[in-house]
Design a protein around this ligand. Structure first.
Ligand code: SOE
Length: 384
């Protein structure tokens, strides 16, 4: 009889619902749900069909019928809850960002590795079949020498000055909002798909709205609505990224083009059932399906015939299914865990540091120090 991990979900908002559906799709059961109150947990049990409401996150983590703790709460609470779950010997799926500082992300990564617990951080765009196909082909050399890695991640859910969310408040969401929330997805996807690692970057952050309305009055905002980056990688490529949560009409438009000397590979998360491959003498738009993809990675995640688009929840389901396979002792390729959450924290801190200093910043490896040094001495920078 195959062991089926039992989930406990902390958080009853949008992401809590996404995790719930993904656990069910993976054949898992949800033993308990915890919310901001007992009442919200009870409402979630009714809404989702979980087995029981928990009185608190802490009591959920302690339950004997919970093998995997899913943390779907505001960012500033992630580290404390993850520490408790690791100490209880539970597998942990923690919403990104893993933590709001490199120090906390480093500590959680080493605690989880010492405790030998399975971890997951939902960089779920890795699980689109088109992305896995592009990755396998790129790593097979089909692009030639990758030299230009560029793209954007645009949303509009915070376009209005009256739109707000706990992420806007740096004490709840962390110092960086747009990059820390969605820019990290793009960077994770770029490094995962190409095998390149960002070694230094220059970032600028900005706001469309200096003030946003919260509780009936407008107040100054400290987190960014958007970020623009240029970067260099360890394999000699250069790149650029535009991140915005105030781009009207763009709902969840993560887009990349990874350009090599022989071919470019392009993907748009809003039309994820097509992979674009460009060559000088031809351009192909592959309709994603097990019959049309040619690589092991692509076919593994293409579960529906071409013309039956798989979407965001399907990718999330695949991420949870692979995480639960890891809990059962398997080792699925490309599963994003706490070390990838640490990488995201390092990149986020580099973006914040670079924007503050208006200078290039070296990006250390995932275990890198929390203090960054600029690449140019101050005098040289003034000539820029
Ligand atoms: C909001 O920006 C959000 O839900 C992110 O937090 C998710 O990580 C992203 O996948 C979709 O947009």
């Amino acid at each position: 009889m195959t062991f089926t991990p039992r989930a406990g979900i902390i958080g009853t908002g949008f992401m809590g619902a996404v995790h719930f559906h993904a656990v069910r799709a993976a054949g898992g059961t949800i033993s308990a749900i915890a919310g901001s109150s007992r009442a919200s947990a009870e409402a979630a049990v009714t809404r989702f069909g979980a087995l029981a409401p928990a009185d608190s996150a802490e009591s959920l983590i302690a339950r004997d019928d919970v093998d995997v703790v899913h943390i779907c709460t505001p960012n500033a609470t992630h580290a404390g809850l993850a520490r408790l779950a690791i100490a209880a010997g539970k597998a942990v799926v923690c919403e990104k960002p893993l933590a709001t500082s490199v120090e906390d992300a480093k500590e959680l990564t080493s605690l989880a590795e010492q405790a030998n617990v399975v971890t997951g951080v939902p960089f779920v765009y890795r699980f689109y079949p088109a992305v896995r196909e592009a990755r396998d082909r790129i790593l097979n050399g089909d692009a030639g020498s990758l030299w230009m890695l560029h793209g954007s991640y645009l949303q509009d859910w915070l376009a209005g000055a009256t739109a707000t969310n706990w992420r806007v408040d740096s004490t709840l969401g962390g110092a960086s909002r747009a990059f820390g929330d969605i820019g990290v997805h793009w960077c994770d996807l770029m490094e995962f798909t190409t095998g390149h690692r960002i070694t230094r970057l220059m970032a600028n952050t900005s706001r469309a709205h200096e003030k946003r309305e919260t509780h009936g009055h407008f107040s100054q905002v400290s987190t960014e609505d958007g970020a623009t980056l240029i970067f260099e990688t360890d394999n000699g490529a250069t790149g650029s990224l535009v991140v915005s949560q105030v781009s009207p009409g763009r709902k969840n438009r993560l887009w990349f083009s990874f350009d090599g000397t022989d071919a470019s590979f392009s993907f748009n998360q809003e039309t994820p059932d097509t992979l674009h491959i460009g060559r000088v003498d031809s351009t192909s738009h592959i309709a994603v399906g097990p019959q049309t993809l040619s690589t092991q990675g692509g076919r593994r995640y293409a579960t529906l015939p071409a013309g039956h688009p798989q979407g965001y929840q399907d990718s999330f389901n695949a991420f949870i299914s692979d995480t639960y396979a890891a809990v059962r002792g398997q080792a699925p390729e490309g599963l994003p865990g706490f070390r990838d959450g640490l990488r995201a924290a390092v990149l986020t801190e580099a973006v914040v540091a670079s924007a503050a200093r208006q200078s290039w910043v070296d990006v250390p490896t995932s275990d890198g120090p929390s203090e960054f040094h600029t690449s140019y001495p101050a005098a040289e920078r003034q000539m820029q």
